[in-house]
Write a protein that binds this ligand. Structure first.
Ligand code: MG
Length: 536
């Protein structure tokens, strides 16, 4: 997921001030290990932030030796666990003593605020694998570049993009009750009623939850938000990142807000009708995330959930096989198949913007350039992500790889770096044997028509549009005000405890605009235009 945010433009001025501080900090620390050698080769410090304590020690990977040979250096690894990273990161950024290379550690915002990182733009030609990555994925390059073309952080590209959320329906229940996949909200409502009344899990108990939704959250609409249903009304959601999470969307290059839209109103009214018919649990909007997640897995013997927004069938635990993706239903029957859309978070799932940074003015830049180029090669990317070739992955030639069952056999053992890698998967690479990819690809196939109904980056916020520091601060402050006020109200309209769409709705609309919603739209339009005009 992209660590989104701010700014690059004010940065140079900030950088100049901070540079003096950094020089002092570095000399106080003795300038790190720049003079150290092992067997006559320079030692390069490489920090990796792990996402899980299940990962094997990095030295267990044989590709580490390949990497050392490629960089003609000796690597001193430092692994930081995710739960310790926030503290470590702030200590490092305070001292200015950053490692030679940091993987999945610093993002473009950090680089914008602190002058400790090398501008890698002049080195791209010396790293043909990175150059190829950017040539094939201009969005990935723009995402980490400022308006002057400087870039201090390299992104990663994950295997096979796509949205990480889908309408997942219990297909086994549909089949058992002789029902078709619903194509409209009305049909879906009838299906949910049947789920509630006809004991589709066959245990003789009325324990079915026809539709489970997650709470709205307090600090923005998150990637599994029930507002994903807006796709049924034609609004392109981007639940996994960017300003959609704060009420912004884009249509035909025009930045808009959905928090006061008729489409939101229509969605809230549909939800309220479902709450009223007890087709959604009464307490759904107050349950915490872990309770929601565990509810999806049903009981040991029976599935209990009929419909939910989820990544893929695995979200339903041992009952995964019963679930399939439901193509976006139309909000009403008068709409055409061209009017519905599905979530445009694909680029947020495909790329992450914080995967490799290099210390500024590092004395071993030649070795580091070789190291990075090796990491971003196809085979090294595959090995970093899944594990060593041939022990854990079979290279079948022609950019096709088969991942061994061993990699997924024990949920308590994670090989190699997985999502903590610094590398990329070109679109032509074929991966077999990864059950997550297979399941996601199948779920995504239900949305091909809905995806074809809009243009990414014209009808959604490009991942490379960023606000500058000042505007980001304004945007954040506005959001705090807007969401504190709006979310409790939206929850009430959603669960039907409030139904006044006349006077109270009008008051709500004028109040959120007063709190900065209109200003937020203008800020994003300004930067959308600036980045769109950028010669790239
Ligand atoms: Mg039952």
């Amino acid at each position: 997921m992209v660590q989104h945010g701010a700014s690059v433009v004010i940065k140079r001025a900030v950088a100049a001030v901070a540079a003096a501080a950094s020089l002092a900090a570095v000399s106080a620390c003795g300038g790190s290990d720049s003079g150290k050698t092992v067997n006559g080769k320079p030692v390069i410090d490489v920090l990796v932030q792990y996402d899980s304590t299940n990962r094997l020690p990095i030295e267990k990977n044989k590709w580490v030796k390949t990497l050392e040979a490629a960089c003609d250096c000796s690597i001193s690894w430092q692994i930081v666990q995710q739960n310790a990273w926030a503290q470590q990161k702030s200590a490092i950024l305070t001292s200015g003593d950053v490692p030679d290379v940091s993987i999945r550690a610093f993002n473009p915002d950090d680089a914008a605020k602190f002058p400790y990182f090398e501008n890698l733009s002049p080195y791209i030609d010396k790293m043909p694998n990175v150059k190829e990555f950017f040539d094939q994925n201009p969005s990935a390059k723009r995402m980490v570049s400022d308006l002057d073309g400087n870039l201090e952080i390299l992104p990663a590209q994950f295997p096979e993009g796509g949205s990480n959320q889908h309408w997942m329906i219990n297909k086994a229940w549909l089949d058992k009750l002789g029902l078709k996949m619903p194509t409209t909200w009305d049909e879906l409502t009838q299906v949910l009623k049947a789920f509630k009344e006809q004991d589709p899990n066959g245990n003789g108990k009325a324990d079915e939850i026809p539709f489970d939704v997650a709470a709205l959250g307090t600090d923005g609409f998150r990637w599994y938000t029930p507002m994903l249903a807006l796709g049924s009304t034609g609004i392109v959601t981007q639940a996994q990142g960017g300003p959609f999470q704060n009420g912004i969307y884009v249509k035909g290059g025009k930045v808009k807000e959905w928090l006061t839209s008729d489409e939101l109103k229509e969605t809230l009214q549909w939800y309220a009708s479902l709450f009223k018919q007890k087709l959604i649990p009464t307490d759904a909007l107050t349950q915490d995330g872990s309770k929601y997640g565990s509810a999806l897995t049903g009981t040991e013997t029976a599935a209990t959930v009929g419909l939910a927004f989820a990544y893929q069938p695995a979200a339903f635990g041992s009952h995964a096989k019963e679930y399939a993706a439901l193509p976006t239903p139309k909000a009403n029957a008068s709409m055409s198949d061209s009017d519905v859309v599905w979530d445009a978070s694909g680029d947020y799932g495909k790329y992450e913007n914080y995967h490799l940074a290099v210390k500024k003015d590092d004395p071993h830049m030649d070795n580091i350039v070789k190291l990075i180029n090796s990491l971003y090669s196809e085979k090294m990317s595959v090995q970093q992500f899944y594990g060593d070739i041939p022990e854990l992955v079979t290279d079948e030639g022609n950019s096709s790889y088969k991942v061994s069952d061993k990699v997924f056999a024990d949920p308590n053992v994670s090989y190699s770096l997985g999502g903590c890698f610094a590398g990329w998967f070109p679109d032509n690479v074929k991966i077999a044997g990864d059950p997550n990819l297979t399941a996601r690809k199948e779920a995504e196939s239900a949305y091909q028509k809905a995806y074809s109904n809009y243009k990414v980056n014209e009808d959604s916020m490009p991942i490379w549009v960023k606000l500058d520091n000042a505007d980001q601060t304004t945007f954040s402050n506005n959001n705090t005000q807007i969401l504190n006020y709006a979310i409790p109200l939206i929850a009430k309209w959603m669960n039907g405890t409030e139904s006044d769409y006349a006077q109270k709705w009008d008051t709500y609309v004028s109040q959120v605009n007063k709190l900065g919603l209109e200003q937020n739209v203008q800020l994003w339009q300004k930067w959308y235009d600036k980045y769109s005009e950028q010669k790239f």
